[in-house]
Design a protein around this ligand. Structure first.
Ligand code: ADP
Length: 444
């Protein structure tokens, strides 16, 4: 800020001085034009009529460097020989110019040859010493320094304030991050503003919100799972205690109790198997997908559930509009359809029906499982896919349900890029629709 304007002003002053010195010298040389030889007399005569202004001293020498004319009154050097560098240069036939700025003063000098018929017969030398402009420049320098200091102070204050503001907001963000890291998932960063830090804070709050939801559902899941496991274990304990404490229990009764223990153990097995399936789905590790033809899987599921359905006079119907393939594993497709058809039988009336319909659009395959059973109340429809959610707990338990079947179906479907919906069936019962990305291929 300081040096640039100063050096520009200095250069401007020098160039104005150069042109003023040149014009003085030009006037002097033109006054002496026509002189074939320079002597003290003819030079004095030639220059007498003109006023030499704008210079501190002007000298005219002959070709040997002897001073013939000197404007200086005190220390007039007429008659002396001088060898100023610029003068010597001029006597060699060249123009010379020198300038310097030192101790607040401008010193400029210039010399040109006086030529008669292409011969150097002498030289004109002018010199100027200027303090006034030097003082102006010094004044400018001082003002610039004051302005620089003032601007510097303002910039420093502002940047300190700004950095304090910035660090305090980052500090707020950091304390929220630390809070969440230490397990307080309800910590949120409140930094305000619309800049990048505010954006980071928003992203962080969003992340913390998700973590909170995940953590809450994890806690709920662990507590639900332990509760589910505790019930059959408590029943087993009760049954074994009864057998052990009863002194003369008859054989049939013992067999009945042991059968109940077996049922509870089976329930435990079902729950743990379902929990393992869910953990596998949660872990994100997916088995390599293959192309699975859906119709044979539906038929196999219906065949394996034929017995329990027949036991309650429930008819199983399969309608295939068009055969189609989906990208998943056979086990996954089997599991989805099995859980849905099994539920449709479990939550049906005796003598009811279950219909499995397979249809396909351009990009999707639709598997619809429909029943005319007990139905799902409107307010429970959104929740039936949650882990351990049951509409009628007693009925689910009696039917050997774990409350995890539909969550497994939903997680599997989602992981394979599909969706699942549940809705009431007109005329009573429920309809589940699974939509999976269809693999286009020619029929084999
Ligand atoms: P469960 O092991 O209890 O069957 P699910 O996750 O498979 O667990 O189902 C959750 C709940 O949704 C069931 O307990 C039941 O109340 C309800 N449900 C599921 N399918 C049907 C259906 N086809 N008809 C009526 N209710 C159903």
């Amino acid at each position: 800020m300081n040096t640039y304007p100063l050096s520009v002003s200095r250069d401007m002053i020098f160039s104005s001085k150069e042109s003023s010195l040149r014009s003085s010298m030009e006037t002097m040389t033109s006054a002496m034009a026509g002189l074939s030889q320079l002597t003290e007399e003819n030079v004095a005569q030639a220059l007498a009529v003109m006023e030499i202004t704008g210079v501190s001293r002007a000298i005219v020498t002959d070709s040997a460097g002897k001073i013939l004319y000197d404007t200086r009154e005190v220390g007039n050097a007429t008659g002396y020989q001088v060898f100023y560098t610029e003068l010597v240069e001029a006597l060699h036939g060249n123009d010379a110019f020198f300038f310097a700025y030192q101790d607040g003063a401008f010193r400029t000098c210039a010399a040109v040859p006086v030529i008669y018929r292409s011969e150097t017969i002498g030289a004109v030398y002018v010199y100027e010493y200027d303090r006034t402009q030097g003082e102006v420049l010094e004044g400018l320098q001082k003002s610039l320094l004051t302005i620089s200091i003032a601007v510097g102070a303002v910039v420093l204050t502002l940047s300190t304030l700004l950095s304090k503001l910035l660090t305090s907001r980052i500090e707020q963000l950091l304390s929220a991050i630390r809070g969440v890291r230490e397990g307080s998932y309800n910590h949120r960063a409140d930094v305000g503003g619309h800049d990048e830090i505010a954006q980071i804070a928003d992203e962080f709050n969003d992340l913390a919100g998700r973590l909170q939801v995940t953590e809450e559902s994890r806690r709920r899941f662990v507590s639900d799972a332990s509760h589910e496991l505790k019930t059959p274990l408590a029943t087993i304990r009760l049954l074994t205690d009864s057998i052990l404490q009863a002194e003369d229990m008859d054989g049939d009764m013992v067999r009945e109790f042991v059968m109940d223990i077996g049922l509870e153990a089976e329930r435990l097995t079902n729950i743990t198997e379902d929990l393992l399936r869910l953990t596998r789905l949660d872990s994100g590790v997916m088995e390599a997908a293959e192309s699975v033809e859906v119709e044979p899987v539906i038929r196999r599921v219906c065949h394996s559930l034929q017995m329990p359905a027949a036991g309650r006079r429930i008819t199983l119907e399969v309608l295939v509009e068009n055969p189609c393939w989906v990208v998943a594993t056979k086990g996954e497709v089997h599991q989805m359809i099995y859980n849905l058809v099994d539920n449709a039988i479990k939550y049906n009336h005796d003598g009811g029906f279950v219909r499995v319909l397979l249809s396909a659009g351009e990009t999707w395959a639709y598997i619809t499982v429909e029943d005319n059973g007990i139905g799902i109340p409107e307010e429970d429809l959104d929740h039936v896919f949650e882990r351990f959610y049951r509409v009628d707990k007693a009925r689910s338990r009696a039917a050997g349900g774990t409350g995890l079947g539909l969550s497994i179906v939903r997680d599997t479907v989602r992981r394979r890029g599909g969706t699942i919906d549940a809705g009431p069936r007109p005329g009573g019962g429920t309809v589940f629709t699974v939509r999976l990305p269809r693999e286009r291929r020619d029929e084999p």
